[in-house]
Design a protein around this ligand. Structure first.
Ligand code: PMP
Length: 292
């Protein structure tokens, strides 16, 4: 039995789940999306993801043809129809079908689809040994261009960075803004630890307001670790005691080497390990239960 896909209010077999070649999301990357995790039958931070989806849509003036409440129910029902307890949910709202040409107002009906599937994770060894990453030449979008806060279906900026990282033999890319401040990675937010203080770039600099980022900051405050949202440069990265990335797919993952400089001791740090433990402890309870 194949996957069941939510498609504009109906559930269809994956073979029937198709979008038109005239959909502006395909033609121009005109759409918004969310990537969400399911842990032991609990959709992690579902309300936060839905809120961010509607914020992204508002920014690009795309009216989602469903209420947030109906969207939450649609996500849960997609999980149930696929009988999943753990996995990854991809929720996409496209601009819809329209004539060739950019004008979005020619597209009358946005397409909403939801996929719930199993997830392939980074191999466990990276969580124990840590990642090696590199800084790439491609800069993160300027906030006055396509603001990185919008989770749009146009990820070319990040894809270019990913290609550059891969050419350099790394799995992730550290992305800077036009002034040389560290922003984020291609699919993850970044944190450093210096003298016991947790520091992450402020969102206004040009990064996605990651849900995992928010959770990690909440945990840190509960653990009485000082948290600062503050701009920093590559110098601060090389000089950090610890470094880690956060994201829905990667969760909290240590980074032990950047541009061939070992970070701290060159091994995942104590605060990073503590945050990973605390993060994992709340994944199955901090969200919406699908099977009541
Ligand atoms: N930055 C970018 C560019 C992303 O695409 C993502 C999510 N994939 C993140 C950060 C992390 O956000 P979240 O924790 O909400 O998944």
């Amino acid at each position: 039995m194949g996957r069941k896909i939510f498609m504009n209010g109906k559930f269809v077999d994956e073979q029937q789940a198709k979008v038109s070649v005239f959909d502006h999301c395909l033609l121009y990357g005109d759409g918004v999306f969310e990537g969400i995790r399911l842990y032991q039958g609990c959709v992690f931070r579902l309300n936060d993801h839905i809120e961010r989806l509607y914020s992204s849509a508002k920014y690009i003036m795309l009216k989602i043809p469903m209420t947030p409440k109906a969207m939450i129910e649609a996500v849960c029902e997609t999980v149930r129809r696929n009988g999943l307890r753990d996995g990854y949910i991809r929720l996409v709202v496209t601009r819809g079908v329209g004539p060739l040409g950019l004008a979005p107002w020619q597209c009358k009906n946005p397409t909403v689809f939801i996929i719930a599937d199993k997830i392939t994770l980074y191999p466990a060894e990276f969580y124990e040994k840590g990642l090696s990453i590199v800084t790439v030449p491609t800069r993160r979008n300027h906030v006055e261009s396509v603001n990185p806060r919008v989770k749009s279906c146009n990820y070319l900026n990040n894809i270019l960075a990913k290609i550059e990282a891969s050419i350099a033999g790394a799995l992730e890319a550290l992305m800077l803004d036009h002034n040389g401040f560290v922003n984020e990675c291609t699919g993850d937010n970044v944190f450093l630890v210096k003298k016991g203080v947790l520091i992450t770039p402020p969102i206004y600099l040009g990064a996605l307001r990651g849900i995992t980022r928010e959770v990690v900051m909440e945990i840190a405050r509960e653990e009485r670790i000082e948290v600062r949202e503050q701009p920093f440069t590559r110098f601060d990265v090389f000089d950090a005691d610890e470094l880690f990335l956060t994201g829905t797919a990667a969760e909290v993952i240590p980074v032990v080497n950047v541009d061939k400089r070992p970070i701290g001791t060159g091994k995942p740090g104590a605060i990073t390990k503590r945050l990973i433990r605390q993060f994992r402890a709340r994944t199955a309870t901090d969200g919406v239960m699908v099977y009541q």
